[in-house]
Design a protein around this ligand. Structure first.
Ligand SMILES: *[C@@H]1O[C@H](CO)[C@@H](O)[C@H](O)[C@H]1NC(C)=O
Ligand SMILES: *[C@@H]1O[C@H](CO)[C@@H](O)[C@H](O)[C@H]1NC(C)=O
Ligand SMILES: *[C@@H]1O[C@H](CO)[C@@H](O)[C@H](O)[C@H]1NC(C)=O
Ligand SMILES: *[C@@H]1O[C@H](CO)[C@@H](O)[C@H](O)[C@H]1NC(C)=O
Ligand SMILES: *[C@@H]1O[C@H](CO)[C@@H](O)[C@H](O)[C@H]1NC(C)=O
Ligand SMILES: *[C@@H]1O[C@H](CO)[C@@H](O)[C@H](O)[C@H]1NC(C)=O
Ligand SMILES: *[C@@H]1O[C@H](CO)[C@@H](O)[C@H](O)[C@H]1NC(C)=O
Length: 687
């Protein structure tokens, strides 16, 4: 008996799932328990994969997805109402998954439209792909554009009169909402609970239109196995949709979405629509949540301290688009191929507009530094001076870099630094906390590094003693390698540091290395060709091909890192003048000479009493390999990490003679740095 039941149950289940796993359609109702490529009209980046409808995929992407067939608004049993748009009910589950937890651009919308072709709606992401511009004051009444959109907006655009950066709004033929509400739901006891649209969790939305009373209700809740529709809608308005969609014989339902400068994916997981009754509930276990869970697990968490993070991000990504500079920022951070176009515009960003809120006020910084007193001066660099300070309230120690203001170049470096640094998080990078603009001054605020720079520790000590032990030095080298690896290969865009040197390596209170000074850094898409307009860097660390062609690449960073590894080990500058003959001497040549002389460890800092010979040997040889004159011969940072962790042995044929024999000039600098899975292939390629 029991067995019989089970069998029946199985048969029943398979029948049900065959019917519901895909979608059920009639002219006026359909249900997608997951998407599998049927009956949707998609454009731009919208696509169906893994059971998900993905509307956007990363920075500056957009997409629309419409149910292919017009809604059958004209069937007789539903058309006899006071509104020519009949009642309808729809529910869907969406998720907004951003690279940064809780921050996303821009949002998505459920759309009823007279046309499936919204392809003109792509100019600016704040319009969510709905329209290409705000309607003019003379009105859009004559336009063919008939549109009802329920927007789920994660950005506050003042010119669109948005109420906040986490709201749901009803838009009629315009991205300016006729009604909106902070995202959330009312519990049965009437308490309002806020929901974070950009939080990444799937949310379920219900849109119900009662044609008889012309009432439009919007409801939203967390989506989970146990979630039910809240009784009280979030928004309930009286609005006759027949004014929006006068021709109901061609009305389409779908979604529109646009992603601005913060890498965000907009997903629809399931969707049901009904003209003849309440939209059917979605089947929780049929919707595919795995992809989204995986992506959420990889999200970058920003520090909770909102005084810094939120505003930095806001600056970089949220307010700029509202000022109409979204294109410039996305071009700068993201689109290497647009680098050229934006080059001139970046320098001319209209910082004069005072809308951008600084994350620190000048008053804060004045108080923190005692009015930029001389005794707070930590140093001066090519781009300005650096001050020490203590924030008044939090008592947090900070370093403030005052950027030399006049030059356009300085402005450009500043923009690059904020945009890039504001997005990078790694334990071996100096953290940018925020910034401030005062008159012509630009001030960048960082974590204060109490142990100053590596350069200081290596080169300004007594001849006979050093307080940097070998194990500290090895730890520092591995830390820098890890930070550089993150910049080159681990972050979403490739960042070329371009000025790796010991004075740009700062040491925190635990003597961990932190790479700083990204003023010269510029990011590139992975795989895209790096290009630059001028040589930047510091003598002794500049790779030969960089000096010759002025093109910074990952390989030129690796070159500088190779020099730095040898410098840390030997405590000698990259270039010095030989006292015997007055000739300049390069560190690499000197280390190579020691190796040829029989013992490479002779090059170690004589002040080090004890050190691990194998480690010194490894670091010096790897330093030589990294600072190889030929860029193809240099390992990528992934490989450097493997060598340093001793996961991969140095190539057996790495000998002083082989290093010398390839000291020939290569004009083939277009050669991209490859990083295959195994060490051996990479090196054999270089040989
Ligand atoms: C719309 O509904 C009417 C009446 O139910 C039906 O005759 C007609 O074929 C439907 N149109 C479409 C496109 O399904
Ligand atoms: C249509 O609506 C009108 C007024 O609302 C009503 O008088 C009429 O009986 C309705 N017809 C049908 C077929 O329901
Ligand atoms: C969509 O509209 C744009 C302009 O609004 C037009 O250029 C394009 O050809 C249209 N596409 C289709 C498929 O109709
Ligand atoms: C809309 O919400 C109001 C207020 O809660 C409710 O009375 C009404 O029945 C709802 N209408 C629909 C179509 O859901
Ligand atoms: C309404 O839409 C139908 C189908 O697309 C079209 O044939 C008709 O001309 C449209 N009528 C108006 C007034 O736009
Ligand atoms: C539409 O509503 C009718 C009536 O309540 C119901 O029988 C049907 O299952 C619903 N269909 C969908 C796809 O929601
Ligand atoms: C829900 O989906 C699961 C997995 O596809 C399926 O096994 C189950 O039968 C579905 N339930 C209903 C009520 O359709």
């Amino acid at each position: 008996m029991g067995r019989h039941c089970l069998l029946l149950r199985l048969v029943f289940l398979s029948v049900v799932s065959a019917a519901s796993a895909y979608a059920d359609f009639t002219a006026d109702e359909f249900i997608y328990n997951g998407f599998f490529g049927s009956d949707l009209s998609l454009d731009n980046q919208a696509l169906v994969s893994d059971g998900l409808l993905k509307l956007t995929d990363g920075v500056s992407s957009k997409g629309h997805a419409f149910y292919t067939f017009p809604l059958n608004f004209s069937s007789p049993e539903i058309s006899n109402t006071s509104s020519s748009v009949p009642s309808f009910s729809t529910t869907f589950v969406f998720a907004i998954v951003s690279y940064y937890q809780g921050f996303s651009t821009d949002g998505l919308a459920f759309v009823l439209s007279s046309s499936k072709n919204l392809s003109s709606g792509f100019e600016d992401s704040q319009y969510l792909g709905l329209v290409d511009s705000l309607p003019s004051s003379t009105g859009n009444k004559e336009s063919n554009h008939h549109l009802l959109a329920i927007e789920f907006d994660t950005i506050q655009n003042p010119e669109l009169e948005d109420i906040d950066d986490n709201h749901i709004g009803i838009d009629v033929n315009s991205p300016i909402s006729i009604n909106s509400h902070t995202a959330g739901y009312y519990a049965s006891d009437g308490t309002f609970y806020k929901l974070s649209l950009a939080g990444g969790e799937p949310m379920q939305v219900w849109v119900d239109y009662d044609s008889k009373h012309t009432i439009l209700n919007i409801t939203i809740a967390h989506y989970s196995l146990s979630s039910t529709k809240p009784n009280r809608p979030l928004i309930s308005i009286t609005y006759d949709l027949s004014s929006v969609l006068p021709n109901t014989s061609s009305a389409y339902a779908g979604f529109s979405s646009a992603c601005g400068p913060i890498n965000t994916r907009h997903y629809i997981l399931g969707w049901s629509f009904n003209l003849s009754g309440e939209a059917a509930a979605l089947n929780y276990s049929a919707l595919s949540l795995n992809t989204i869970r995986q992506e959420l697990a990889q999200q970058v968490r920003l520090p909770r301290d909102h005084s810094l993070s939120k505003k930095t991000i806001l600056l970089c990504a949220i307010l700029l688009p509202t000022l109409g500079i979204a294109m410039i920022i996305s071009a700068t951070i993201v689109k290497a191929h647009m680098d050229r176009l934006s080059e001139s515009r970046t320098a001319e960003i209209e910082w004069d507009r005072e809308y951008v809120p600084p994350s620190f006020t000048y008053k804060d910084l004045l108080a923190a530094t005692g009015g930029f007193e001389d005794k707070m001066l930590l140093g001066r660099g090519g781009f300005g001076s650096v001050f020490r300070g203590v924030l008044r309230h939090s008592k947090k120690a900070i370093a403030i870099k005052r950027v030399a203001p006049e030059s356009k170049q300085g402005m450009k470096e500043f923009v690059a630094e904020i945009v890039i640094l504001g997005h990078l998080r790694h334990r071996n990078l100096v953290q940018l906390l925020g910034y401030c603009r005062h008159k012509q001054q630009l001030l960048l605020v960082y974590d204060y590094m109490p142990n100053t720079s590596l350069d200081y520790h290596l080169h300004t000590q007594q001849p006979n003693t050093t307080n940097l032990s070998w194990s500290q030095r090895f730890h520092i080298i591995r830390g820098i390698a890890s930070g550089l690896f993150y910049l080159h290969e681990d972050w979403e865009q490739v960042v070329i540091h371009r000025d790796i040197k010991t004075s740009n390596v700062l040491l925190d209170s635990e003597m961990n290395a932190r790479l700083g000074d990204f003023g010269l850094a510029r990011s590139h898409d992975h795989g895209a060709d790096a290009h630059t307009t001028r040589v930047a860097g510091t003598w002794g660390y500049i790779a030969p091909e960089l000096a010759r062609l002025g093109k910074a690449t990952k390989a030129t960073d690796v070159f500088a890192f190779g020099v730095l590894m040898m410098e840390v080990t030997s405590a000698r500058r990259p270039i010095w003048v030989d006292s015997a003959n007055g000739e300049p001497l390069a560190l690499a040549d000197w280390v190579l000479a020691a190796w040829q002389g029989g013992s490479i460890t002779d090059a170690v800092d004589p002040r080090l009493d004890t050190y691990v010979e194998e480690e010194v040997d490894l670091v010096l040889k790897l330093g030589l390999l990294c600072s190889h004159p030929s860029p193809e011969a240099r390992p990528c940072m992934r490989l450097v990490m493997q060598y340093l962790q001793r996961d991969t042995p140095l190539p057996a044929d790495l000998q002083p003679d082989t290093l010398l024999s390839i000291c020939v000039s290569h004009d083939d600098d277009e050669h991209p740095m490859s990083c295959p899975a195994t060490a051996i292939t990479d090196l054999s390629k270089g040989r």
